[in-house]
Design a binder for this molecule. Structure first.
Ligand SMILES: Cc1ncc(COP(=O)(O)O)c(C=O)c1O
Length: 392
């Protein structure tokens, strides 16, 4: 199938550019434009009734679709927020200890976690145990050993690391290794959702899974979600009025006062009013995928093939920096939807990224790592690496 047909708006606005940053900001399919207008129309039509309309139509449909994609078997456990940071902080607000609590994580978590955790550590609220992701082939066993050794209150790790593209293929194994039932386990699935086929059925009762829409779900910013473990009875302190939607906990009297009630399902992790435009866009994209039989498997096959096309093309140029020898992850079975080239230092990397940009090859970089992402709007014809001849 010619997938480019779905991206005509963004493609025509970016003619003569090669956009390899879809792992950051994916081009939006055309259907998201109509979805934005549909949100406007429905807001005009329903005005004060619109929240009821959204919660009866949009939200359950999205919960069902996301739950099906991740095979959680529990659509009611999906809760939405504008970004994953809000959900992370809400999860962390469940801890009610005066002593610092232990968090086991990695040295390759996205800034939303990294910055927040560092600040909480600085304040003495948490004790952060950081496991290096390298060497990748021993990551899982080292991470499991750290969990066993420290018996933390919280375990946080990514399904696919943002700074290398390395895929943790044994997420369930790591989650199942956590024997202390009161330890919270959170998987950052932002680089996994809609990119790598993901089956959470084995851990849906045990782990939180966070993701959102501006990468591989292609719906832009503002539509993030958490799968909340089935049966979860936690009571986040950072709570908003949406957390009271649906069936509620039975109120319990505490010291003559009623305890704050929470929704019985994933909504107990909801916040408050948010702009649902992004959810309209997300629904439109997921419907479009379904209509055109674009499963995550199909998408993954296409993208991994495009990576190979790119690498074959690259091999022709024998470039001193951009070559397979500098790939962070050479085994494609453990690689997400972007290629990461590890260069000598941050200056060399920035310099190369800027030179590529001057030749309309758009990438992004983190320190000494240059990332090229691949998506459905790429074709073999799209790839033109001839500018590299001028960049040796
Ligand atoms: C691994 C990962 N998690 C989360 C995010 C987004 O975080 P937030 O929704 O808090 O802005 C990103 C964005 O690049 C990411 O790469």
């Amino acid at each position: 199938m010619a997938f480019q047909q779905f991206y005509s708006g963004f493609l025509s606005a970016n003619k003569h550019k090669q956009h390899y940053a879809c792992h950051s900001h994916y081009f939006w399919p055309d259907c998201t434009r109509e979805a934005t207008l549909e949100y406007w129309d429905d807001s005009a039509k329903y005005v004060d009734e619109k929240w009821g309309f959204f919660f009866q139509t949009l939200v359950p449909e999205l919960q069902q679709r996301i739950s099906d994609i991740l095979n959680t078997g529990a659509p009611q456990q999906i809760v939405f927020a504008p970004n994953t940071h809000e959900l992370l902080y809400r999860i962390m607000s469940c801890f009610n200890t005066s002593a610092p609590y232990k968090v086991v994580s990695t040295d390759s978590e996205f800034h939303s976690f990294q910055r927040q955790a560092s600040r909480l550590q600085e304040q003495g609220t948490i004790e952060l145990i950081t496991v290096p992701t390298k060497p990748y082939n021993s990551f899982s066993s080292r991470f499991k050993a750290a969990i066993a050794e420290h018996n933390p209150e919280l375990v946080f790790f990514s399904q696919v690391f943002f700074n290398s593209g390395y895929v943790v293929n044994d997420v369930a194994d790591i989650v199942n290794s956590v024997t202390n039932e009161s330890t919270l386990v959170v998987v950052d699935g932002y680089h996994g959702f809609m990119a790598k086929p993901t089956d959470l059925s084995e851990i849906a009762h045990r782990a939180f899974y966070l993701s959102g829409s501006y990468k591989y779900a292609q719906a832009g910013e503002g539509a993030c979600f958490a799968h909340v473990p089935v049966g979860c009875e936690l009571r986040p302190t950072y709570t908003g009025w949406f957390a009271e939607f649906g069936e509620l906990d039975k109120p319990r009297a505490v010291g003559g006062q009623e305890r704050i009630q929470y929704s019985l399902d994933g909504m107990r992790f909801a916040g408050a009013t948010m702009d649902f435009t992004a959810l309209y866009r997300l629904r439109a994209v997921l419907r479009m995928f379904e209509k055109n039989s674009m499963s995550v498997e199909t998408i993954n096959d296409y993208v991994m093939n495009m990576q190979q096309v790119f690498l074959d093309e690259l091999a022709k140029y024998d470039h001193p920096l951009l070559n397979e020898g500098n790939l962070a992850v050479s085994d494609e079975a453990c690689r997400g939807h972007f290629l990461t080239f590890e260069l000598d230092d941050a200056d060399v990397t920035k310099d190369l990224a800027l030179k590529l940009k001057a030749h309309h090859i758009l990438t992004d970089y983190r320190g000494n790592r240059l990332r090229f992402g691949f998506g459905l709007y790429h074709t073999p014809d799209y790839v033109d690496l001839s500018p590299l001849l001028k960049l040796v």
